[in-house]
Write a protein that binds this ligand. Structure first.
Ligand SMILES: [Zn+2]
Length: 168
């Protein structure tokens, strides 16, 4: 039995090196290939039961889990190696699809225009209240010592009450 496990293990490693994973989405193919090999190994019980879809999904999940490090490493390398390529691809994609991307943006903007202007209106109303509140704040005039509203500052500074302190 242990011989079989070792053989199975050997085969797995050999296969991972042998079948090159070119696209990450091909993980499943790699899994299927490996399963095929394992199922055809002479030392392993040949009566492989027909598995249900759920079982297959479970097996695939387990396979990904067992080979996590390998796939992570593969992904890291892949992103590193294809960095420039991906950038070029994105640029090219934008260049080719520029019209439709812009059109989609416009549709989105049009659809949200009402909410946007509504928000702007709310902002202006809120701001107006803030400004009003500030204008109603009281302060003490440094020249005449009278307590007045900020809003009446310029009127106050022209008033005789205030100006007599200047001339005096
Ligand atoms: Zn004053």
């Amino acid at each position: 039995m242990s011989r079989e496990i070792i053989e199975l293990g050997d085969y797995k490693i050999e296969l991972l090196e042998e079948v090159e994973l070119i696209h990450f989405a091909d993980r499943k193919k790699l899994f299927e290939k490996e399963k095929e090999w394992i199922e055809n190994l002479p030392s392993v019980n040949k009566q492989v039961p027909i598995r249900s879809e759920d079982e297959k999904k479970e097996l695939f999940k387990k396979y990904l889990e067992d080979n996590k490090e390998y796939f992570l490493e593969w992904q890291r390398n892949y992103y590193q190696e294809h960095k420039e390529e991906r950038k070029t691809y994105r640029e090219e994609y934008y260049r080719i699809n520029r019209e439709s991307i812009l059109a989609k943006d416009k549709i989105y903007r049009d659809a949200h225009r009402d909410t946007k202007s509504e928000n702007n209106r709310n902002y202006r109303v809120e701001n107006k209240e803030k400004i009003e509140a500030q204008r109603r704040q009281l302060y003490t005039c440094e020249v005449c010592g009278k307590c007045i509203m900020k809003a009446s500052k310029s009127v106050h500074e022209r008033s005789s009450f205030h100006t007599r302190f200047l001339s005096g």
